[in-house]
Structures are given as C-alpha cells and as structure tokens.
Design a protein around this ligand. Structure first.
Ligand SMILES: Nc1ncnc2c1ncn2[C@@H]1O[C@H](COP(=O)(O)OP(=O)(O)OP(=O)(O)O)[C@@H](O)[C@H]1O
Length: 654
C-alpha cells in the first residue's frame, strides 16, 4: 500500500475535500486482499463519487481527468494521481488491472462475493451493482409482461370505449392526446411511466388511468387494491388530495356505471415509500420484500425523480408480479439526493419517443390517436411503456417560459424573461444585497406580496378562545399562510446558504417584532426534520411550524400538515430538526409555494447545475424571484447538465 498516497488522502480529508469514509474504504479494501496504489486510488474515487450520487465509476474518467466530477481543480487531482506510479493509460488498461485484483469480481468470471464489481468499463460497489441489475430486471419484466395477450382485440376495444368516456374532448389543436396515450400504454404491461413538467396533467391522467383499471377489472373490481405513495409525506398528501378531487369530478361524468366514489373511499391515505414498505429503526431492511410482498394490485408512485436506486430496488422487489406499477414524475428535475438517477435513466427515450410499430398500432386501436412519425423508433420495452406529457395547463406565462428556457439550456432567453419581469410574476433582484433578501422575507416584493409577515402576525394575534375545533382551524390557516412563501437555497454553507440565511432572517423578523425568541424553540419557528424518528412519527424532510400548545399553557407543539390532516408533536420531543425559513432546493422537491425565492451563491460549483435551477423555478405557483449576488452563476448553472454515472440505462436496453 502506498504510504505517500494515504498521507495525501488523509491531508485532503482533513481539508474537507474528501469524505472520511473514502480513505477508510480504501484501507478496508487493502486489508482484505492487499492493495496496489492504483486500486486504492480507484476506491477513494469510487467512494467519493458515490457520495455525489453516482452509482459507479466509469473507467474512462480515471484515465482522462476526474477533477471535474469531483468539483476539483486539475492541479489538486494531479497532485493526488502523481503519488501513484504506473498510472494506466486508458480504460482498457484499467480493466485489465482491476480484473486481476482479488477484491474485484469481473462480471462473467467466477463470483466469490468480492466487495467490488467490474462490469465492462464500470467499477461498482457491490450493492449498487446488485441494485442496478435488480431494478433493470424488474422493470423490464414488468414492461414486457403484457396483460392484453389473451383476448387482445376485445380488451383493446374495451380500453378504447372507456377512454372515450374518460377523455370526452379532443386534444387542443387536434394534436395527439398524450394523456390518453399514457393511459392506454399503461394498460398493456405491468409498468407505466408518465413523465412531464409541472401542470402537464400527470395527476389528471393517473386519476383517469385508475378509473380505467377499475372499469376493466371485471370480477376483481370490487376487491381491487390500490395504493398511493411518494418519497415524502408532503408529496404523498398532495397526490391523494389531487386524486380525490379528480375522481370526484369523474364520478359525476362516469355516472352509476362506475362507482368511483367507492373506489376513492377504499383507497386510503397516500403513504411515504418508507411507510409503505415498512421501514424499521436501525436497519436498511424493510418489512415488505420479495418474501413478504405488498398487498396491492395497483401502486401509483408520484415524484419518482426523488427515488434513489436502493429504494427503487426495494420497491420493485416488494411488489407482487401481478401488480401494476405506475410511476409519475418530472424527469428533468434534480435526481435523488442518494445515488442513482433512476427516473432519468428510465425516461431516457421519453422526449424522442422511440415507439415500435406494434406500439403505434396498439395506441391507434386503443385510443384512436396517431402518434406522429417523429416519435417512432426502435426503443426497448421501457420506452414502449413511457409517455411524456408535453403541454402544461397550469404553467403558462413567464414562469412557464422561464422553466422551458432553463430546461432547454437557453440562458439568454431565461435572462430575458427574468429581466422583463412581466406582471411582476418573475423578478431578478440584482445586484443582490443580503438586505434585499430580508425585505423579501419580511413582506415579499412589489407585485408579489407574501413573505413571512402574514403568518407571524396571525401567531401574534393568537388562536381564537374556546374549543379544539377552532384551534385546529386556526392552525390550518397559519400553516397555509406559511406555505405560501419560501426561500430556497442552492447551497447549505456560506452567507448565501441555508444556515447563514436562516440566522439573518430570524434576526430580522425578531427586530421587526414578529418573533419572540428565547432559546431554541419559539412560536412561529418553522423547522425541517433531518432524520426519521419512528417514536414521534416524523420523517426526514417533513416541515412543521411551532405553535402554542392549546392543552398546556406555555408549551409549544410542532404542527405538520398532511394535506387535509394535521399532526403535531411536542416541540421538546423533536431531536433532529433545523430552522427552515430557508431550505435547500433539494429538500423542496414535491412541494410548491405561491411565491418561491431562489437564492444562488456568489461562486459557482457543487451541485449548481441546470436541474437545480429548473427544480427551484418549478416550485413557484404564482410568483418567482431570483436573487443572486453574481449573475454569472446563473448563466454557468444553466449551461451545465448534471450527468450521473450509472449503468442502468445500458442494462435496461432502451
Ligand atoms: N386534459 C385536461 N383537460 C382539462 N384540464 C386538465 C387536463 N389535464 C390537466 N388539467 C388540469 O390542469 C391542472 C394541472 O394538472 P395536474 O395537477 O394533473 O398536473 P401535474 O402534472 O400532476 O402537476 P404537478 O407536477 O405540479 O403535480 C389541473 O387543474 C388539472 O385539472
């Protein structure tokens, strides 16, 4: 083992450039089979990249220059690499070197359960290789497992009959009705993937798909078991609420032939994926798995872009083979915090289509719709089961135009929309001073009221005297008011990061007489949960508001909104929380706010890329404000696409 290399790794760890885990992992690998310096350094890199969301290390990166992947300068990387003599020149040389190591299983050779796996030009930690292959096998199996095989013509005709009832109006401008197509395609296999930007009707479509599945279930109709889930509690609550509204609306249209209100009432609450699978404290294993599958016929999962590789693997393993899985999400949003970019990989062909002739003719027979020739192709099974919704119903105007420009990488167009500031819907505050942000936090801006003043004034006025119901109604009003405005940060650290901004906002609100802080907890403190706690039933990412406890004068409770429902926990029982006037864009996924403020830092780097800007913008319902002390950071971020190394796309064969 190279002493010089390890000394360098330790120095970089002390500097905060490498995770402690990465050096420890390299030492572990050396301890189980001796380690060449080349293997050690590959292990350090593999571990670092895992921390940045990559599920594997592409060997070509090793022989070229992985500095960019690490967010380092070339010099820093070269200093580390120069401690290793005989640096392999290309990916093929790396492959030969790694395949000869005792700790590496080269796929195709005898498997001794080595901790590292080499699959062609990709080096994996074993568990990610296992997760990628199991996800690929499971989704391919589901996509291929057609349900319309036995009596295809009759079933296709039945699908068409119901689709014409559920979608009575032709698509605008005589275009292809992709929503209808998405429903038909999902009926063909045990997997349907519906992707699209905000307001493109994913929930509208899935409510109709549910009605269709229900209508065509025959004798299974009365017992059809449907489950709704999402990665976060907030997203789950939103899904349930939207589906209930849509089914209620449809129930009137479908009439007594289809008892959709019964279906809605039988469905039960939407759950987080953790709760659905039965997460247990202190273990990564779930209660439900292949040996104890979920008791469902149809599972709908929203905000699928947030699902990481390991969770997707667990979800697919726990789903019975006969059940239908419907994934909804926006493929262009930030990928999961943990490793993997599963929805992005699954939706690789969504934009272009790549539909086979048999899909085109099935779609025509089952919907009467013709998919334009430009979407024909030779995609694999997943591509056939994926539909992208392309028209936003809610997101027109400047916010929609801004999101489109950013997503397409058109920085100049994005700047133009921001500068025009049409109707006050969007604004760019530049050059930004911290005081600009404080004014926003207090009372919003011209053209877009908001800020935190309104809910804090309600708290100051206090709850109504009297009964429990009155208190609950007051809590809901305060929570709704708080939810209407949010500051999102691109980074955690520094004066423009979450920690720094929360401090100055708290101080400003206190100076304005809107907060009375005495110690950690005070009425009006918004908090975000940072770790699952099964004792108090709060989960990572939950956002709550601290309010007076009606039952105990002087005590405080934290209230969490789950759609229509509210749950609360005594403030002093919450261990892992942080103040949440400002939060990261990552943690805001699955939520939307009337007025969203996106704060970018002075320097580029880290996770600052197009997906982050797009995700931040699309959290805004009516108003969006960008605040950055350095406009170039916005331009650079829009130009940069995040690429996560993953072998899933190749394994899927789409
Ligand atoms: N074909 C349609 N005809 C009429 N209204 C529609 C249609 N499709 C969607 N809508 C309406 O457009 C709005 C947005 O739809 P929906 O909430 O389903 O979008 P979404 O893609 O799920 O959005 P988000 O990503 O924000 O969850 C809703 O009010 C919905 O009722």
């Amino acid at each position: 083992m190279s002493i010089e290399l390890l000394a360098q790794v330790d120095a970089l760890t002390e500097n905060g450039q490498l995770r402690r885990l990465s050096g420890a992992f390299a030492r572990f690998i050396a301890s189980v089979g001796g380690g060449s310096p080349q293997l050690m350094l590959a292990c350090v890199l593999l571990s670092e990249l895992e921390g940045r969301g990559h599920s594997c290390l592409v060997l070509g990166e090793l022989s070229s220059d992985p500095a960019a992947l690490l967010g380092w300068s070339g010099d820093e990387w070269r200093a580390l690499r120069d401690t290793v003599a005989d640096w392999p020149k290309n990916a093929a040389a790396w492959q030969t070197l790694l395949a000869a190591c005792d700790q590496v299983w080269a796929v195709g050779d005898l498997d001794f359960q080595q901790p590292l796996v080499l699959d062609g030009e990709r080096l994996y930690l074993r568990r990610y290789y296992r997760d990628e292959t199991s996800v690929a096998d499971a989704v391919r199996g589901r996509a291929l497992g057609g349900v319309l095989a036995a009596d295809a013509d009759a079933e296709t005709a039945e699908v068409r009959r119901w689709l014409d009832i559920l979608f009575p109006h032709p698509a605008r401008g005589g275009d292809t009705d992709w929503q209808k197509v998405a429903c038909a395609v999902a009926m063909r296999g045990k997997l349907g993937i519906i992707t699209g930007g905000p307001g493109t009707g994913k929930t509208y479509t899935v409510a109709r798909l549910l009605a269709l599945l229900f209508a065509t279930a025959g004798e299974r109709q009365a017992g059809l078991r449907i489950a709704l889930a999402a990665p976060t509690g907030k997203a789950a609550a939103r899904l349930k609420q939207s589906i209930d509204v849509a089914l209620d609306d449809l129930a009137d249209k479908a009439g007594s032939a289809l008892p959709l209100r019964d279906l809605a009432s039988r469905m039960g609450a939407a759950r987080t994926l953790h709760s659905l699978l039965g997460a247990r404290p202190n273990t990564r294993a779930f209660l439900h798995h292949a040996g104890n599958p979920l008791d469902v016929d149809v599972l709908i999962v929203d905000e699928a872009s947030m699902i990481h590789l390991e969770m997707m693997s667990a979800l697919l393993a726990a789903l019975p083979a006969g059940a239908t899985l419907i994934l909804l999400g926006d493929k262009d949003q930030l990928a999961s915090v943990e490793a993997g970019a599963v929805l992005g990989d699954l939706c690789h062909n969504a934009e272009a289509g790549a539909y086979l002739p048999e899909t085109l003719s099935y779609v025509h027979a089952s919907t009467g719709q013709r998919i334009p020739d430009s979407f024909a192709g030779d995609g694999g099974p997943i591509a056939q089961q994926t539909v992208m919704l392309r028209e936003s119903r809610r997101f027109g105007g400047p916010i929609g135009a801004l999101a489109l420009a950013v997503n397409a990488g058109h920085a100049a167009a994005a700047v133009e929309v921001l500068r025009a500031g049409e109707d006050g819907k969007v604004a760019w505050i530049d050059p930004a001073q911290p005081s600009d942000l404080l004014q926003l936090a207090l009372a919003g801006r011209a053209g877009a009221a908001g800020g935190y003043q309104a809910y804090l004034k309600m708290i100051k006025a206090g709850p109504p005297e009297g009964d429990e119901a009155g208190h609950l109604a007051w809590v809901k009003t305060v929570l709704t008011s708080f939810e209407s405005f949010r500051i999102l940060c691109a980074v955690r650290e520094g004066e423009w990061g979450v920690g720094g901004l929360n401090d100055v906002i708290e101080q400003r609100l206190q100076t304005a007489g809107l907060l009375k802080r005495s110690g950690e907890w005070y009425a009006g403190r918004p908090v975000m949960v940072t770790r699952n706690d099964y004792g108090t039933n709060v989960f990572n990412g939950d956002i709550g508001l601290t309010l007076p406890d009606p039952a105990r004068p002087g005590a405080l409770r934290v209230y969490f909104s789950d759609g229509e429902k509210v749950r609360s926990v005594l403030a002093t029982r919450l261990r892992n929380v942080e103040t949440a006037f400002a939060m990261t864009v990552h943690k805001s996924q699955g939520s939307e706010f009337l007025h969203t403020v996106l704060v970018l830092p002075k320097e580029k780097g880290g996770m600052l890329a197009r997906e982050l800007i797009y995700t931040g913008i699309t959290r805004a319902r009516d108003y969006f404000t960008l605040l950055t002390p350095n406009g170039q950071v916005l331009l650079d971020a829009i130009a940069l696409r995040t690429q996560r190394a993953s072998g899933l796309r190749g394994l899927l064969g789409n």
